[in-house]
Design a protein around this ligand. Structure first.
Ligand SMILES: [Zn+2]
Length: 442
């Protein structure tokens, strides 16, 4: 950690940043807070200066869906390497998914993950608690104990697996109401996806790979929206991937039900035909992910839903895997992609360059909404005087080939290799302390 900048008593002034893409302004940070915002601020000589001409200032990004792999799979990622990747991606907080080994299904494990995040210091780590013991889908985990723990868990998910038992799902939804929690569902009807390898459609038919039908996702989403409405609780849908899911969520929201949803960057950009033909060949497991990449029509529907707010936020589903788990034949390879270090670039490509979102919209969907859904304090707040100084400075004007060689993540399973993407995170500030400066970890 660089202790020169950001720890001086007199603070930091960011010069000429375009807040949410607006007119250039200066931002004075002191004691971890935004204390003054305006044009041509006069500050003392002992204040450090960060030049930000041409850069966009966003509230520090918040991820609702990150797999940090610790404890248990430190060969794929650790809390330290994953949060370094997050900081480089412009994130100041991530929700760490519960499918670790041991599973984060007790107060002890969630507190361990939370403390590891604090010790690493690159971004806040908010653990997600498992819904069922050991992700086994049979018995509810100690949701209340996790909520009352030092980690103050508010998001519960068996992600990686679906809570497919309707009675258990109902009980979980009822239980989390007591502490304003939310159940985040990985919507995948297990019987409809046995042995599934990729999206069910024309491409899977040609390739002879077992299909993963859209209805397997949509059936669970419709059931869970009805359950959430029935018990009056909060439901969040992880990684929405089909046009039909969008229609169901739009319907649930039109009823006034408390349902929110996320989409991953890769489902906003990539399609299932990459499995057949891509810059890195055919049958390349780099494109194997759960839920699978879908069709161009699905991608268009997801973009429109993120633009109109039917889908509330972008979540990375950053899923690191070591080389040996990913560089196998298609059927044997692990599912998942890394995404923390490319999320903002992909969102710029898919949503901003297409005119679907402006930078204020990006801030809402990558910072404010996820913080709100996760009930995370101190993050996702407007850039205004008095707010915690959680900030990202982003240069949207550059374009570069994706090169994972320099990534902080321990894993290299990015599906964007060979592509050129816009933008670069120049600096990230966590409560006024730079975690990234000049595009590098401090
Ligand atoms: Zn999932």
């Amino acid at each position: 950690m660089n202790d020169r900048i950001g720890t001086t008593r007199d603070g930091i002034v960011i010069r000429g940043a375009r807040i949410l893409g607006g007119e250039p302004a200066d931002i004075l940070i002191r004691d971890g807070l935004l204390v003054e915002i305006g044009q041509g601020l006069s500050v003392g000589e002992t204040v450090e200066t960060v030049e930000a001409e041409g850069l966009i200032a966003l509230p520090g990004l918040v991820d609702l869906h990150t797999h940090l792999r610790e404890p248990g799979r430190e060969d794929a990622e650790t809390v330290t390497t994953g949060t370094r990747a997050a900081a480089l991606g412009g994130y100041t907080a991530v929700h760490a998914m519960a499918n670790t080994d041991p599973v984060a299904d007790t107060a002890g494990v969630v507190e361990q993950v939370w403390r590891l995040g604090q010790e690493a210091g690159y971004c806040d780590v908010q653990p997600v608690g498992a819904v069922t013991v050991g992700l086994g889908g049979e018995h509810l985990a100690e949701l209340g104990a996790m909520a009352d723990s030092a980690a103050q868990v508010r998001v519960f998910s068996d992600d990686g697996r679906c809570v497919s038992d309707a009675v258990l799902m109902r009980r979980a939804l009822e239980y989390v109401k007591a502490f304003d929690g939310v159940v985040a569902q990985h919507a995948q009807e297990p019987r409809l996806t046995e042995g599934a390898q990729m999206n069910e459609g024309a491409v899977s038919g040609r390739l002879g790979l077992t299909g993963w039908p859209a209805v397997a996702e949509e059936a669970i989403i419709s059931r869970d929206c009805l359950l959430a409405a029935h018990v009056g609780s909060r439901l969040h849908i992880c990684h929405v991937s089909t046009a039909g899911s969008v229609e169901l969520i739009r319907w649930a929201k039109s009823k006034g039900w408390d349902v929110t949803a996320e989409v991953t960057p890769h489902h906003l950009l990539l399609t299932d035909d990459l499995v057949e033909d891509s810059p890195v060949g055919s049958y390349n497991p780099i494109y194997k992910v759960n839920p699978p990449l879908r069709t161009r029509a699905d991608v268009e529907a997801l973009r429109a839903a993120l633009a109109d707010g039917t889908i509330d936020c972008v979540a990375t589903d950053h899923a690191p895997h070591p080389v040996e788990d990913k560089e196998a034949e298609w059927a044997a390879a692990a599912m998942g992609m890394i995404g923390l270090e490319t999320a903002l670039a992909v969102v710029q490509e898919a949503m901003v360059e297409t005119g679907l979102l402006d930078w204020a919209g990006v801030a809402e969907r990558m910072s404010c909404a996820p913080a709100r859904i996760g009930r995370l304090r101190g993050h996702g707040q407007p850039i205004e005087v008095g707010a915690p100084a959680n900030l990202t400075l982003y240069d949207p004007a550059v374009r570069a080939a994706v090169d994972p060689a320099g990534y902080a993540s321990k894993s290299r399973n990015t599906p964007y290799q060979g592509l050129t993407l816009p933008g670069r995170v120049v600096a990230t500030f966590l409560r006024g302390r730079p975690t990234v400066l000049d595009g590098k970890l401090t």
